[in-house]
Design a protein around this ligand. Structure first.
Ligand SMILES: Nc1ncnc2c1ncn2[C@@H]1O[C@H](COP(=O)(O)OP(=O)(O)OP(=O)(O)O)[C@@H](O)[C@H]1O
Length: 259
């Protein structure tokens, strides 16, 4: 159940232009801790652009973003790290030729000192990442020393999700997390997404598949042509009704059908 406290992220009247192209048009939306939000829309709808603003990659042309009731004054690529946002994308985020343990600690490797000389603490990396990958459902014959190259798509997603939780992120953005996965792997990744929200994280789940995300999400936000055209609870609007909103591009559909 979503909480009723101050939204973790508030987006207010956001506009973004790429030159003359109006990519985000007056977008306002709240995201709360403990919610799983499906962010849905056709190709080019503006989903990634919105997420990139939240991560500080794009600076909006106008409008505001607030985290925990604090207004963002400066957008910069470290914003995501500062605010505890982890983005999980299918094709990026892991280095194939490094071990699971090294990938787990990429950019934040623990160091120990021997005779005053700093060296990477491989034992700690191995121990902690082994614990997490077991919790996140990796097979027993996969070791933290294995290169990521040998993992399946679902196992890669599990490593990224485990890493997001272990490093105390509070927002996990999953960008098409189940593309190219088998049915069982898809179910596993979706179960992990739900467990993240149950642990109190905000999960923003980007997908084209309204039927899949409707089963998981508390709320669905639909974008089209840079605009937010729907923001509805999955308890009050069925997947079929939401699909119709997408089909109609937000036009004509005014009646909210009960689920
Ligand atoms: N850096 C950029 N410069 C110019 N135009 C851009 C840039 N980034 C995105 N766009 C344009 O903004 C629009 C929205 O793109 P965006 O990637 O946000 O869509 P999306 O909803 O994530 O689509 P998809 O589901 O295909 O990933 C598209 O028309 C895209 O071409």
């Amino acid at each position: 159940m979503a909480s009723t406290t101050t939204p973790l992220i508030q987006v207010k009247n956001l506009h973004l232009y790429f030159g003359a192209f109006h990519a985000l048009k007056d977008v306002s939306v709240d995201f709360r801790a403990g919610e799983l939000i499906g962010l849905v829309g056709d190709n080019g709808a503006g989903k990634t652009t919105l997420i990139r603003v939240l991560c500080g990659i794009h600076t909006p042309s106008s409008g505001e973003v607030w985290f925990d009731g604090r207004k963002v004054e400066k957008f910069h690529p470290k914003l995501a790290i500062d605010e505890g946002i982890e983005t999980i994308q299918q094709s990026v985020g892991l280095c194939d030729n490094l071990s699971i343990a090294r990938n787990f600690y990429l950019g934040r490797e623990p160091v120990k000192r021997i005779l005053g000389i700093p060296i990477l603490d491989f034992a700690l990396m191995r121990e902690k990442s082994t614990k997490v990958i077991r919790e996140f459902g990796l097979r027993d014959n996969v070791s933290a020393d294995d290169e990521v190259e040998r993992l399946s798509g679902g196992e890669r997603q599990s490593v990224k999700i485990g890493r997001a939780v272990e490093f105390k992120n509070r927002v996990v953005i999953m960008d098409e997390p189940t593309n190219h996965l088998s049915v069982r792997e898809r179910e596993h990744v979706n179960e992990l997404a739900v467990s993240l929200k149950e642990q109190g994280l905000l999960v923003i789940y980007i997908t084209h598949d309204i039927f899949q995300v409707h089963k998981l999400a508390d709320r669905i936000v639909i974008m089209e042509n840079g605009e937010k055209i729907e923001d509805a609870s999955t308890h009050t609007m069925s997947a079929e009704a939401l699909e119709e909103v997408i089909r109609q591009g937000g036009r004509k559909v005014t009646k909210k059908e009960p689920v």
